[in-house]
Design a protein around this ligand. Sequence first.
Ligand code: FAD
Length: 371
Amino acid sequence: MLGRAGISAVLIDPHTVYPPDFRCEKMDASQVELLKKTGLADAIFAAATPDDQLSIARLGRLVETRPGRQYGILYDALVNTMRGQISPQIDFLVAKATSIAPNGSRQRVTLSSGDPVDARLVVVSNGLNAGLRHQLGIKHEVVSACHSISIGFDVKTADNSPFRFKALTYFPERPSNRMAYCAFFPTAKGMRANLFVYREIDDPWLRQMRQSPESTLFTAFPGLLKLSGPLSIGDVKIRPVDLYVSRGHRQGGVVLIGDAFATSCPAAGTGTNKVFTDVERLCNVYIPRWLATDGMGSEKISAFYDDPVKLACDTASRKQAFYLRALSTQVGPLWHLRRWARFLVRLGSGTARRLLMKSAGRDAIVAMPRS
Ligand SMILES: Cc1cc2nc3c(=O)[nH]c(=O)nc-3n(C[C@H](O)[C@H](O)[C@H](O)COP(=O)(O)OP(=O)(O)OC[C@H]3O[C@@H](n4cnc5c(N)ncnc54)[C@H](O)[C@@H]3O)c2cc1C
């Protein structure tokens, strides 16, 4: 985005080609809208797999089937496709940044090769790698340790027949499952699934999931088998996520974005909203404004952290993380009611959509389980 705006910039990353990594693997409608604001959407859409139709199920019953608005794309494909859009005038230095020395209007980044890079502004977007931030005196305040655990896996039907759904989100039967949901969605490499659970990292259930994923999944979701048929699961990856926020980050010459600034809960699926919002505000609004005048003091940098759009996005992300965890795990009549309300709202909108389509003389979009 900076290169396209004619701003001189250098990208520093240790990977020439971003390697396979279990992170965000699908984009929802809100993320697609944000992506459009970056000017990079067309390339990503071409590399991603849209799901034409999304089915929502609970208790072995389809409650809603609606037109799909998600795009499945593995994280390395997402990052490498974006990198393919970088203008040729942007230098790409394949190295680690090992230190940052802010120095008024000019900051110095030292690379793993020992070479220095001087710049007016350093955008720190190095994700979960905390070393550089600690060296700048920026602290991580953990607001929820092991907030959720994401489990990603490849999935096929046991007999290699086509799936009975295009994409499916399956909600757990009861809060004692300690699960948010399991989402099945197509990617260029086949069907993927992301299961989000709330357990301790040493919970033996996670070992079972790694060792015998099919039986562990169907024991947790007994109603799923009726909808999906027998499945074959491979390449199970398990990642716990801590929620943290940065402290002491309002410094001149250095700005933090994405996970480097604060993490999100993958189950709530807001990490991509956060990083796309940060990038869009920074590149479309703040960096051109900051470069137009001398200096790069902390008052300039603070304007980005206080941006109302960014603040609203970060706040929504944090709220959703805690609400979804409570909705998925809390017992008691109020939470029970809320779970049923969510179920009934979806059932109602699914039924209304089917009736509307029937009255419009078209076949209702329904993924029928084979009996
Ligand atoms: C398992 C999992 C599942 C998720 N699922 C979802 C989801 O479904 N929906 C959603 O919206 N979000 C999801 N997220 C969150 C989302 O993936 C992240 O919020 C987002 O990818 C963060 O992007 P980023 O650019 O901040 O960091 P990253 O993508 O981690 O980028 C960091 C970059 O910095 C580089 N780097 C690191 N150290 C250095 C250094 N010293 N010098 C130079 N370069 C360095 C790395 O090589 C990398 O390229 C998930 C996260 C996880 C862990």
